[in-house]
Design a protein around this ligand. Sequence first.
Ligand SMILES: Cc1cn([C@H]2C[C@H](O)[C@@H](COP(=O)(O)OP(=O)(O)O[C@H]3O[C@H](C)C(=O)[C@H](O)[C@H]3O)O2)c(=O)[nH]c1=O
Length: 169
Amino acid sequence: MATGTPDRQTVTSDWLAVDAPAIDGVTFKEIRPVATSTGYLTEVFREEWGLDGLPVGQVFQRTLYPGGVSGWHAHGVTTDRLFCSVGSIRISLFDGRKASPTFGAVWHKIVGAIRPAIVIIPPGIWHGIASLGPETALVLNLVDKAYAYDAPDHWRLPLDTEQIPYKLV
Ligand SMILES: Cc1cn([C@H]2C[C@H](O)[C@@H](COP(=O)(O)OP(=O)(O)O[C@H]3O[C@H](C)C(=O)[C@H](O)[C@H]3O)O2)c(=O)[nH]c1=O
């Protein structure tokens, strides 16, 4: 046999991902849809899950066409909670917080309607989202602080930035 590299473990025996978030403060929770005779019921967020201890200040949805990308951005004070209810997305994260123990780390999580999960992204973490698959993805964001129209807490880097060692596209 030709020499290659062996696969490493990616899931447990009950199909939970073994790749814990590599970025300090980032958490996620996989959620199991409940099958009913008329469809599925999927919870999105419960305070008692203890994911971040923050309030929900606003909920908005963001659609992404097939192949669409929401480019690198970060927030100064706002925590994002992302949940993809339709389609599938890859959330890519880069820790840009100089004082963080994981400063410079990159981590990715693929979530979507078939494997729902909510991903918590604290301030200071650069993130980008790529829509995977053939359908328009629908992403909910349950932020702790509502969007300020006159002064968005929204910082951006170009897609081809040299400051992040990963290319979204
Ligand atoms: C967040 C927000 C935005 N807008 C307006 C402002 C822009 O004219 C337009 C698109 O928003 P934005 O440029 O912020 O879209 P993205 O860059 O894809 O980012 C948004 O969706 C990704 C997934 C994130 O994670 C961000 O937190 C979220 O801001 O909607 C509003 O009118 N109200 C709002 O609450």
